[in-house]
Structures are given as structure tokens and as C-alpha cells.
Design a protein around this ligand. Structure first.
Ligand code: ATP
Ligand code: MG
Length: 758
């Protein structure tokens, strides 16, 4: 009878109820986004406790992120009250393993108070090992080794398990040796890294039958959310734990598998039925999250993938707006448009906590952060640092601060040995001591110190060279734009080179962030202006309980939902990412498409996709092509007015009848150098043919936005440029010069940065 249905099961549909009531034996819930998988899993947990089938402490429930675990705990708490406090085994894979490892640490040579080291410590350790063991760290960066070791741990491989091919990947066949050394070093420090948490527990289970059996007996039920993203070590660990009772319920969606780059294997979910014969397979098809248009757009897109299980998704909801696609001129306009839309939502009384901007790459957040600070929209960045708080950005800013203000001791202290120059804590101590004694700022005092015999010759020389660089940069600051100055600093210090040598995805991300910083600086005339702006941006004084919009990556948004979702930067090379395009394989493109599916299906009511026709990269305008994913969205579910697929061009979509679409370009950016380059031609030959002649105009005459040419310079003139040296002007277009430099070769520079050499 309905009145006997407990609250947690009240609104569940029949297949969801099946997932709740099939308590014994393996259960696989394989279903599309927003169909209530997590809701059913939560209800199942509540049911197990309410029916006294298990004590809360006898249930193992793992989710993918801390946020998801907190959410699950909260929801279960609503059904079973305080009993949720007694659920030590509800968490992420890593948090659960960390807890287990405390109890059994001695079995892997650790003490129970072991420390978990972070990436920084990990790198420092590896660097030491590399140098101590006679390998050139420049040639074989520690980060590369760290990436390999993480990968091995994700696959459940101990040093002894490596194949010759694996070992070959580092230091000319020394991969295994360094992995072994690293593990020994960790042990001697009573420490382990993140990947060890899983691997140690897997090893313990494999080598100690009685301990494994103890946990197999304890966990009467095992529940796993987002199963499509488990990697090999997690999979093996789960399989061992579930082997005896086989009461394991996993839920997931193969279309949302987006972590293969971290070793996740979508195959895990597809072979569940083989591992656990007789598993109940439950499919959910009703979507409760999104409007029909959002669902239709996402379903149409994911159907382009060749390797997947087709799923039917339907919703009872009707009405709703189509997915909106907005083509804009450039990045700043994109941020402006999103800002306006959010202000409109705010005006209509919308809850800002229900607004999210989901980006493909971290660096994309900067433009939005700047804009929102300017117009006063509160935001939070989830799963990452706010742009200006990232380590590499802080480093770069520290250099700029010392250039602008030689007495900025804090900034100087941050970078005196970053990138590494072999200056240790001892040197810093002496510098501080001397600074206090003579009452000078740290930098100035250090210069005096370098001139004395107080320091070893090598340290003295290093400091003197650094301070000479600062003098040089300070002079350059007068001649160069802030952005150009930053580039010189990053080149001269070897900061860029350091990141490039690392060859990891993370280092690439840092390089992208630094170019984004340079891009941000291009809007400022002086270094002082820019630094003031940053100081204001850093001091975002929103109180913790203010309503805030959320900015995060698509990856971090998995499992979450928002009424309003904005998806900027849908351009080839941004999304799908350049990396995915370069790798070229179908697999990486399909993973990007799954990510697009995840992104769109986060939206409950409104989904807006944006793409810009131009992005400014290192002062150069490059044109971009709208993402292929936009064209793959079924026309009936998108706002056709602005799509290329709808037969109307981006350019038309971009301006209203009574406004010259390029007026703001001329107004805001008199120095535009004109958008050209290969991307431009590609764009012209790939679907832009329909654009009206009137709109073509400004592009052909892009030079007209440039300032007047300098009268004292003509083609053939010999000139001097601070950075590139002497050269001969080979072309002049407005204030842009093309110069054949004696040392640097052909470059395009702005004429105010050169002097006539006669
Ligand atoms: P994802 O694949 O994105 O993780 P999911 O399948 O886990 O999605 P949920 O987050 O559990 O989906 O549910 C999506 C939304 O639908 C939530 O707001 C949830 O409260 C709601 N919902 C789930 N089941 C039902 C139901 N039977 N009736 C009404 N609403 C439901
Ligand atoms: Mg979910």
C-alpha cells in the first residue's frame, strides 16, 4: 500500500525502485545523465539502513569527488538522520583507503601516523633522487617521472610489475629503478603519495588473506557512483572486496566517461556483467533534470560517437527554451555577454547559486573573473584556484611587483629562487639579516651582500645576476608594454623553459595560464595600472554565504546540476582542445564529445553556448572556427538564429540591425593589428561564405584600425628594438612594422617600440 512506502522511496519510478529493492546480489545501473542514478543509489543506501539489512558502518559507498561525497552524506542524512554519522566508509576512493591504511600501515612498512605528501613534495623528492643518481634533470624532468609513476599506480603496478617497455619510458630504461628508489625513499620518510593510498591497500589485500576477508565480511553492501570513471587499481580493489558476498551495486553512464587521461577505463563498466554473472541490469530512461530541448541537444550530440551503448532518454517536462548559441566577436565580448545575461537573471530574481559557467580549460576563467569583479557579480571557483591565486601566476606577478616596487620584500622572497637558482634557505637568512642591519629592502640589501665576501662566490654571482636582470627589466618597463615585459621576464629567467621541459599536461596548463596572464595585461598601459587591477581582483570581499555563481571546469561539474549553464569557448582548438586535435585519434575526440555531453546535461532550464570569432593570443589576433560540436547539435533543439548550421552566419548573428557590429572594435581597440594568419583563411573556406559583404569589409581593411604610421620611418629604414636589436624595416602597415632583425629574424612589432638607428 502506498502509505507504507518510506519517504526515501516515495517518488522513485519503477526501475529506480528496483535498484533500491534488489538488495542482494550484483546490480548494474547503466543510464544516461539526469535519470536519477545518484538519487536511486542514495535511496538504496537509506533503505539498507532503514531495513536493518546492515549497520551504517557495514556499508561501503564510494563516489568520485569530495563534493559528491558530501552531497551524498547530506542526502542520506535527510532519510536516516543521525545514523549517517556512523558511516565511516562513505567517501571518495582515496579517503576510504587512507582510513584503511592507517590501520594496516605496518604491513607496507609505514607507521600509522604516516603523512600523505602533495605534488610539490613529490617533485622535490624526485628531483633529489634524480640528481643523486646521476641523471640530468633537465633532460629527464621530475614531473615526467611523477606522471609516469602516477600512471603506473593507477594501473595497480608495483615497481616489480613493470615491463621493460614501461621502464624504457624514463631515463633510458631507468624507469623501474627510479620508481623503486622513490618508493624506498617514501618509506624511510614514513610517507606515501596520493596514488599509494589505493596501491598499498590493493597490495595489502592481495598479500593478506585474513585482512581481505575481514573487510569482505564487514562490508555487507558496496555502492559505487560514477563507476564509468574508475581506473584499474580502483577496479581491482573493488573486485576483491566484493568477491565474497557479491552485494555490489554500481551506477554509471558510459557516455560520461571523461577521465581516461587519468587511467579511467570505461571498459570496467561494460564488463561488469562478466565479472559478476547474474547481475541485475537496470536501465533508467526518464530524465528528471533537463528540458526536452537540452536533452535533445545533448542526445543528438552524443549519438555522433561510434563507440557507445545507445540509450533512450525522455522527459515529462515540456516547454523550455532551445539551447542558445551565441557567436561573439572576441573573448572580452564573450565575458560581457555572459555578465549581462547573469545580471538579467539576477533582475528576474534567479538564485545565483543556480548559475554555472563551465569551461574546458582553467585559463578560460580569467576573462570572466575580471569582468565579474568589474561589474560586481560574486563568483566562486570550484576545484581549482582563482586565476590570480595559481602558483605560476603568483610567481609571475611577484617578478612584476619587484620590478614595479624594488622594496616589495614578500614578492622578492617568493621568486629569488624560483625557478631554482641554487639559492638555499641559508642565503635567504643572510639576506634578511643584512637587510635588517642596514635598514634596506631585501633586494637592495642583497645587492650589497653580493658585493661583499659574506656569501659563497656562486651565490653572490647568482644574486648579482638576478638583480642586474631586475635593473634591465625596470628600464625595459618604460619602453615595452606590460605584456611584452612579462614575456621577457619569463624568457630571461628560464621560467618558460622550465615548464616546457616538464612535458606534462599540468605544465602545459601552467604555460597556458601564463599566456592568459599576458593576454590580460594587454589591456593595460602601464605595469602600475595592471598591478593595481590585480590587487583589486584578489581582494574579492564577498562573504561566504552570499549567493555566488560557480565557475569550474566541465570535468569538475560531473554529477552536478544547475538551472542555468553557460558554456563559453566552443571553438576548435579550445573545445575540442588542441591537445585532442593534435593527438588526432578518434578516441580522444570522442572523449571530448562525452565531455560536451556532460557539460550540456548539467543544465536544468537554460543552456547557453558561446563561441568567439577571434581570440587574442600573444598580441596577435587569431580567428577561430566554431567547435564542430556546435554543428553536431540537432537544429531543432538549438536557437537557429545564431547558428551556422541554420544557414545564417556568425557575423549576422553578431550584430543587431541598428548597430555597426564593428563600432566597438574601432572604439575599444584602436591598435588592432588586424586578424590574419592561417586560421583566418581556414575560416574563410569553411562555412563562412554566407556572410554579407558589409561584414567582410572591416576585416579586409583591418589595418584601418591601426594608428597612423610614423612619419620618420619608412620601408628600408634601419631601426633598433630593445628586445630584438638592430634590423631593417621590410613592411609598414599603420603603426605595425615588419622588421628583418639581424639576430632575431623577421618580426612584427609596434613602431613606438623602435628607435631610428640612422
Ligand atoms: P548524472 O548522470 O548527471 O550523475 P544522475 O543520473 O545521477 O545524473 P541525479 O542527479 O540522481 O541523476 O538526478 C537528477 C535530478 O532528478 C535530481 O534533481 C533529482 O533530484 C531528480 N530526480 C531523480 N529521480 C527522480 C524521481 N523519481 N522523481 C523526480 N525527480 C527525480
Ligand atoms: Mg549522478
Amino acid at each position: 500500500a502506498p502509505e507504507r512506502v518510506p519517504a526515501y522511496a516515495a517518488r522513485l519510478n519503477p526501475p529506480q525502485q528496483q535498484a533500491v529493492l534488489t538488495t542482494e546480489g550484483p546490480v548494474l545501473m547503466l543510464a544516461g545523465a539526469g535519470t536519477g542514478k545518484t538519487a536511486a543509489l542514495t535511496a538504496r543506501l537509506a533503505h539498507l539502513v532503514a531495513m536493518r539489512l546492515a549497520w551504517p558502518s557495514e556499508i561501503l559507498c564510494v563516489t568520485f569527488t569530495n563534493k559528491a561525497a558530501r552531497e551524498m552524506r547530506h542526502r542520506v542524512g535527510q532519510h536516516i538522520g543521525d545514523a549517517v554519522e556512523g558511516m565511516p566508509w562513505l567517501g571518495t576512493f582515496h579517503s576510504v583507503c587512507a582510513k584503511m591504511l592507517r590501520r594496516h600501515a605496518e604491513l607496507v612498512g609505514l607507521e600509522s601516523n604516516y603523512t600523505i605528501i602533495d605534488t610539490d613534495d613529490q617533485l622535490r623528492l624526485l628531483k633529489q633522487l634524480i640528481t643523486q643518481n646521476d641523471l640530468d634533470e633537465k633532460r629527464w624532468p621530475a614531473r615526467q617521472l611523477a606522471g609516469l609513476i602516477d600512471g603506473w599506480k593507477n594501473r595497480g603496478l608495483n615497481p616489480a610489475d613493470l615491463s621493460a617497455v614501461d621502464s624504457e619510458a624514463y631515463g633510458n630504461g631507468r624507469g623501474q629503478q627510479f620508481y623503486t628508489l622513490y618508493q624506498e625513499r617514501l618509506k624511510s620518510l614514513n610517507a606515501c603519495d596520493f596514488g599509494d593510498l589505493m596501491l598499498h591497500m590493493l597490495n595489502i589485500f592481495r598479500q593478506n588473506r585474513e585482512i581481505l576477508e575481514q573487510y569482505q565480511r564487514r562490508f555487507k553492501y558496496i555502492l559505487v557512483d560514477e563507476y564509468q570513471d574508475t581506473n584499474a587499481v580502483q577496479y581491482l580493489w573493488l573486485r576483491l572486496l566484493a568477491q565474497d558476498r557479491k552485494n555490489i551495486c554500481v551506477v554509471g553512464d558510459d557516455d560520461q566517461s571523461i577521465y581516461s587521461w587519468r587511467g579511467a577505463e570505461v571498459a570496467n563498466i561494460l564488463r561488469f556483467e562478466k565479472d559478476f554473472p547474474g547481475a541485475a541490469v537496470i536501465k533508467l530512461e526518464q530524465n528528471y533534470r533537463s528540458t526536452p530541448h537540452i536533452l535533445g541537444a545533448a542526445s543528438g550530440l552524443i549519438r555522433e560517437n561510434t563507440t557507445r551503448h545507445d540509450k533512450t532518454l525522455w522527459t515529462e517536462a515540456n516547454g523550455g527554451e532551445k539551447v542558445k548559441i551565441i557567436g561573439v566577436w572576441d573573448g572580452p565580448e564573450e565575458a560581457r555577454r555572459v555578465g549581462e545575461a547573469i545580471e538579467r537573471l539576477e533582475g528576474q530574481g534567479a538564485d545565483l547559486n543556480q548559475v554555472a559557467i563551465l569551461v574546458r580549460a582553467q585559463y578560460q576563467t580569467r576573462e570572466f573573473e575580471d569582468r565579474f569583479i568589474q561589474i560586481g557579480i560574486n563568483y566562486r571557483i570550484v576545484g581549482g584556484f582563482r586565476f590570480y591565486e595559481r602558483a605560476e601566476i603568483r610567481d609571475a606577478l611577484a617578478y612584476l611587483r619587484v620590478i614595479a616596487q624594488p622594496q616589495d620584500d614578500l614578492a622578492f622572497e617568493r621568486i629569488y629562487n624560483q625557478p631554482k637558482r641554487g639559492l638555499g634557505a641559508k642565503t635567504l637568512e643572510k639576506m634578511h639579516h643584512h637587510a635588517r642591519r642596514v635598514g634596506l629592502p631585501l633586494a637592495a640589501a642583497s645587492l650589497q651582500l653580493a658585493d661583499s665576501d659574506e656569501l659563497p662566490a656562486r651565490a653572490a654571482n647568482t644574486i648579482a645576476a638576478l638583480l642586474r636582470d631586475f635593473l634591465k627589466w625596470r628600464e625595459m618597463a618604460d619602453a615595452l608594454s606590460p605584456a611584452e615585459l612579462l614575456r621577457s621576464v619569463l624568457d630571461d629567467t628560464g621560467y618558460n623553459a622550465m615548464l616546457e621541459a616538464e612535458k606534462t599536461a599540468e605544465a602545459k596548463g601552467r604555460i597556458e595560464n601564463l599566456s592568459e596572464l599576458a593576454r590580460a595585461m594587454e589591456e593595460y598601459e602601464t605595469l602600475g595600472d595592471f598591478l593595481e587591477h590585480v590587487a583589486l581582483v584578489m581582494d574579492n570581499d564577498a562573504s561566504p554565504d552570499d549567493e555566488k555563481i560557480t565557475i569550474m571546469t566541465m570535468h569538475a561539474a560531473k554529477g552536478l546540476e544547475f538551472d542555468n549553464v553557460f558554456l563559453p569557448g566552443w571553438e576548435e582548438g579550445v573545445f575540442p582542445s588542441q591537445r585532442a586535435l593534435d593527438e588526432g585519434g578518434l578516441a580522444s575526440l570522442e572523449e571530448e564529445r562525452r565531455l560536451a555531453y556532460v557539460a550540456i546535461t548539467r543544465a536544468r532550464r537554460h543552456c547557453t553556448i558561446l563561441h568567439a570569432a577571434n581570440r587574442r593570443i600573444y598580441g596577435q589576433w587569431t580567428s577561430s572556427i566554431p567547435s564542430r560540436f556546435i554543428e553536431e547539435l540537432p537544429a531543432e533543439h538549438v536557437d537557429a538564429e545564431t547558428t551556422l548550421a541554420g544557414g545564417r552566419s556568425l557575423w549576422q548573428a553578431n550584430w543587431s540591425e541598428n548597430e555597426d557590429p564593428f563600432a566597438h572594435v574601432a572604439r575599444d581597440r584602436p591598435d588592432r593589428s588586424g586578424a590574419r594568419g592561417p586560421g583566418w583563411q581556414r575560416a574563410l573556406s569553411s562555412g563562412y561564405e554566407t556572410k554579407p559583404a558589409r561584414v567582410q569589409e572591416p576585416r579586409r581593411s583591418a589595418a584601418s584600425f591601426a594608428a597612423k604610421p610614423r612619419a620618420d620611418i619608412a620601408v628600408g629604414a634601419r631601426v633598433f628594438h630593445d628586445k630584438f636589436g638592430y634590423g631593417v624595416v621590410t613592411d609598414q602597415e599603420g603603426n605595425k612594422l615588419e622588421i628583418d632583425f639581424e639576430q632575431a629574424g623577421l618580426k612584427r612589432v609596434i613602431d613606438s617600440f623602435v628607435t631610428v638607428a640612422g
